[in-house]
Design a protein around this ligand. Structure first.
Ligand SMILES: *[C@@H]1O[C@H](CO)[C@@H](O)[C@H](O)[C@H]1NC(C)=O
Ligand SMILES: *[C@@H]1O[C@H](CO)[C@@H](O)[C@H](O)[C@H]1NC(C)=O
Ligand SMILES: *[C@@H]1O[C@H](CO)[C@@H](O)[C@H](O)[C@H]1NC(C)=O
Length: 363
């Protein structure tokens, strides 16, 4: 053989070997020493209270729109939500003063979105002549409690929506911005306004939301809720509790077997609000305990809240340290909710296209 042919044969052989070499597919809870030992959608993690050593646990949601379809109303799906999405471990100080406040997450917002988080809880404040994300107290942001200018995070969200034209992101703002049109300016300046889902399309009396496919076709893929009632009239930003019921947050929301509304929300069984949000995180974020909170206890609370909400499954499930679990964690919880919502099964993977409601095929 000529050397050219030899080289070609060699190249083909090497290519075949690379293609044929089995992809190391991780099994849930397999031992691991680094993320690369685990397959896509898993990471290598230690949950001392849940299992020994380091094991592969889930790190990403199932995309329910891709697995099933996106032709149902927005309120017929569940969305993984991060509590204080911006309060991230290791975020450098932007004020020159070291921060003295709690953190609730360890991935940045871009990573959260890439892993399937679809709703972000953000605390917006007037600070430094601008809107900032702060984890503060008394409605005022300080150098010590400031995380970053909100526009930085909004630009990450804009980049995600631009790169993922079939995805919808919901922002739930604990809002302390008093500057006139402060939020409107923020959404204008960050390029997010072009994705704005208008107030006029939000159902007022518990009717279904528009279909996800329509929202995508209209490019109305950013839903924003504020906690300041007057902004619905002044800026056209939806007042959260006109559209959503929500359980108590913090320690008060973690008593097994109990699920009742936070003060600002209607009772959970008020069906004139089409969306249901379940918070499940302690008052003081607990990094090492999160893997236990986000596992069986979370599942149990979602079942409890289903009953309290008049037999309605949560659309939003909000957690701290969303990737920490003893196995499936918040991702399995999201699969359970989508399974219940879409086909009455306990895992969205059992909602085979064409099957009848409640006739669950094995996942
Ligand atoms: C988010 O984290 C990833 C992984 O560490 C990094 O590559 C990316 O630059 C970060 N993005 C932002 C906006 O901080
Ligand atoms: C937002 O942008 C619109 C259109 O460009 C403009 O009319 C409006 O004045 C802007 N609002 C603020 C508060 O920046
Ligand atoms: C989308 O999925 C739901 C839930 O399985 C099903 O009821 C509906 O018929 C499907 N729609 C289309 C257009 O396939």
């Amino acid at each position: 053989m000529s050397s050219v042919v030899k080289n070609m044969v060699l190249l083909i052989l090497v290519t075949l070997l690379v293609i044929a070499s089995p992809k190391v597919d991780c099994l849930l809870l397999d031992s691991c020493s680094s993320d690369s030992d685990c397959g896509d959608g898993y990471w290598c993690f230690s949950c001392f209270e849940g299992f020994s050593g380091s094991r592969c646990v889930r790190s990403a949601t199932t995309n329910q729109f891709k697995l099933i379809n996106n032709s149902l109303p927005f309120n017929k799906y569940a969305y993984l939500t991060t509590h204080n999405s911006y309060a991230i471990d290791g975020e450098p100080s932007h004020t020159g003063v070291p921060r003295v406040t709690f953190t609730n997450q360890e991935d940045n917002v871009t990573q959260q979105l890439n892993n399937g988080v679809r709703a972000l809880m953000l605390d917006t404040y007037d600070f430094d002549d601008d809107v900032w994300l702060c984890h503060s107290t008394g409605g005022k942001c300080y150098d010590l409690t400031a995380f970053e200018p909100a526009i930085d995070t909004m630009r990450e969200i804009e980049a995600f929506l631009s790169a993922n034209p079939s995805e919808i992101v919901t922002l739930i703002l604990e809002d302390y911005v008093q500057a006139p049109n402060g939020l409107t300016k923020l959404f204008n300046d960050s390029g997010l306004m072009k994705y704005w889902f208008p107030l006029s399309s939000m159902p007022e009396n518990g009717q279904d939301w528009p279909q996800v496919s329509k929202m995508v076709a209209n490019n109305q893929r950013l839903i924003v809720f504020t906690s300041i009632k007057s902004k619905q009239d002044t800026e056209g930003i939806a007042y959260q509790w006109n559209y959503m019921v929500e359980n108590q947050y913090g320690d008060g929301g973690m008593n097994a077997g109990q699920c009742s509304n936070r003060a600002e929300s209607s009772p959970l069984n008020d069906a004139t609000k089409a969306l249901v949000l379940v918070n499940y995180f302690p008052s003081v974020p607990h990094r090492s305990g999160a893997c236990v909170d986000n596992s069986e206890n979370l599942m149990n609370m979602l079942n409890t809240c289903y009953g309290s909400a008049g037999n309605r499954w949560a659309n939003f499930v909000a957690v701290d340290y969303y990737k920490r679990s003893d196995g499936g964690g918040s991702f399995q919880a999201d699969d359970m909710l989508n399974g219940r919502l879409l086909c009455g099964c306990d895992d969205v993977h059992a909602c085979a296209p064409g099957s009848t409601f409640g006739a669950c095929s094995p996942p």
